[in-house]
Design a protein around this ligand. Structure first.
Ligand code: BG6
Length: 523
């Protein structure tokens, strides 16, 4: 089993296999913020998977950039990250081969002079390895450095294609892209004053997830769902991103972010768009982005009463006592930051008018599950019986399609079946369940493989456009402003290891609905 996970074939990275023409041109990937967690846990393991699968060009270099002078320590640390988080065997000889492609450059992000050193280093790599001036800059730093790095790259002429236009230069920007509408606009202005929009890759790692991409395939490669994918048949939609983790040492970042900025405004809105968009005419970046944008633009302002927030107190998660948010490392003991957010919104278009979408995201929840639940309407006349007065068969339940993004990746459809021994035609809910791992085997890909490869290829379909980012900030900034202006009276308001605050239940009760808390595999 270990061997199976370690060695990644192109078909294991099932995001990738469009054939050998997908191998990018020679290129240097420059990772700013290379000493951070993201580089070690996700980016380098993903790059190693691509290397194993022979999907990287032969002339390829990775240059880690951070403030600390790390030198060889960097490659050693990355080696350890690839083993720990990428499933590689520590003795795999390809790790040493891969390490030959890794370099490091210490640089003070704010110091314009030190970019000249980076430029010289990259030119040296071009001369030695034939990378032809092709660059992909990856900004994995704290967000406050994004604008300065972009500006300095521009000032050194590093953002431009060469005059003969033969090289590719791109920039990948991690989230959060701004912290509200004004700051996102300003960052877009700064980025677009240096890079053209087609060079910019605003990354949302949810779009690298296999199950997220499968939403499009599920809807548009199958004939049976699309005719009923609309207000006439769907009662409501629930999207949950529940994590059992707390803030994991990221207190200073999370204090400024909170659940709405960290997860709802980006990851969850991407999920919502893929559930709700109209069929794009093809899978080109322009077509898909246009349809997503139309969904977000059709969402009317969310009344403040339809958005609730929570913060976890101490509790028990997976059998372990954990501290409350205010006792986490480097968190204000009187913090008003939300670790949970839930809201109700509508999409005012012909397909969805009147169908509530409920979104919730929380840290330190009872169970880890990212799921989309599409609840269908009941048949107009129920001619059969329920069974008993308690238990799962005591109600005739409507059809429910659950799309499990993670873990237990899969899709289940609930429907009513006759209980075999019941002479009175009693109905009980049962599930048809598709399980990704059972069908396709396990893959060690973490989602960044596809996104990194696409960015190197200049393929933008799975990245956010500036209009989309700004539209989502426009929707959420009034809620963030309202929350900022009023300190929550009763924080913490949910126990770690629970399903969140009571006020989130009331949000659905008003419509006669309830959160589905039986998340995970159905069989
Ligand atoms: C990140 C957030 O973008 O997504 C984290 O900053 C969160 O707080 C993470 O834990 C969730 O991602 P995943 O892939 O684990 O669902």
């Amino acid at each position: 089993m270990a061997t199976m996970q370690m060695s990644v074939r192109p078909e294991d990275l099932s995001q990738v296999p469009r054939g050998t023409e997908r191998i990018p041109d020679p290129c240097v990937l420059v990772i700013f913020g290379a000493s951070g967690d993201l580089t070690k846990r996700k980016l380098l393991p993903a790059l190693f998977h691509l290397f194993q699968a022979n999907l990287l060009p032969r002339q390829f270099a990775i240059v880690g950039v951070a403030r600390r002078p790390l030198g060889d320590e960097f490659a050693a640390d990355m080696h350890q990250g690839i083993v720990e988080f990428g499933g590689a065997e520590a003795t795999d000889p390809r790790l040493d081969e891969f390490a030959k492609h890794i370099g490091y450059c210490a640089l003070n992000f704010d110091d314009p002079a030190s970019y000249a050193g980076l430029k010289a280093k990259l030119e040296g790599i071009d001369a030695q390895q034939g990378t032809n001036g092709n660059r992909l800059f990856y900004l994995a730093t704290a967000p406050e450095f994004f604008a300065g790095i972009v500006e300095n790259l521009g000032a050194q002429g590093m953002a431009q294609m060469t005059p003969h236009g033969k090289n590719h230069v791109g920039v990948v920007i991690e989230k959060p892209f701004g912290h509200d509408l004004d700051s996102a606009r300003e960052l877009n202005r700064q980025v677009n004053s240096v890079f053209q929009e087609r060079q910019v890759f605003r990354i949302d790692h949810y779009l690298g997830k296999e199950t997220v991409q499968n939403l499009l395939v599920f809807r548009f490669a199958n004939g049976i769902f699309e005719p009923i994918w609309k207000r006439n048949y769907i009662d409501h939609v629930q999207i949950t991103v529940a994590e059992t983790l707390g803030v994991e040492g990221r207190g200073p970042f999370y204090e400024k972010a909170g659940a709405l900025r960290d997860v709802v405004q980006n990851h969850m809105m991407e999920l919502l768009a893929l559930v709700a968009l109209e069929p794009p005419s093809n899978f080109e970046a322009e077509s898909v982005r246009r349809e997503k944008l139309k969904v977000w633009q059709a969402i009317p302002p969310i009344p403040i009463l339809n958005a609730v927030r929570g913060q976890y107190g101490p509790g028990i998660v997976a059998g372990q006592h954990v501290v409350g948010y205010r006792d986490e490392d480097r968190v204000n003991p009187e913090s008003g930051t939300e670790t949970y957010a839930a809201l109700r919104l509508e999409i005012e278009n012909w397909r969805w008018a009147g169908v509530p979408f409920y979104l919730r995201a929380g840290k330190r929840m009872k169970k880890r599950a990212t799921e989309i639940g599409i609840q269908f309407k009941q048949p107009p006349l129920l001619i059969f019986n329920r069974m008993g007065s308690a238990g799962p068969c005591s109600e005739i339940q409507p059809n429910l399609l659950t799309i499990r993004i993670q873990p237990d990746e899969g899709i289940a459809l609930r429907f009513g079946a006759k209980v075999p021994t019941s002479p009175e035609m009693a109905v009980c809910p049962v599930n048809m369940d598709f399980d990704y791992e059972a069908a396709f085997g396990k893959s060690s890909a973490n989602g960044y493989e596809r996104l990194l490869l696409d960015a190197m290829l200049g393929e933008q379909t799975l990245f956010s456009h500036r209009d989309g980012v700004e539209t989502n900030w426009a929707l959420y900034t009034p809620i963030l402003d309202a929350w900022k202006s009023k300190t929550p009276e009763v924080f913490p308001n949910y126990f770690a290891g629970s399903w969140g605050p009571e006020c989130a239940d009331h949000l659905l009760e008003k419509d006669g609905h309830a959160w589905r808390n039986e998340l995970g595999r159905k069989t």
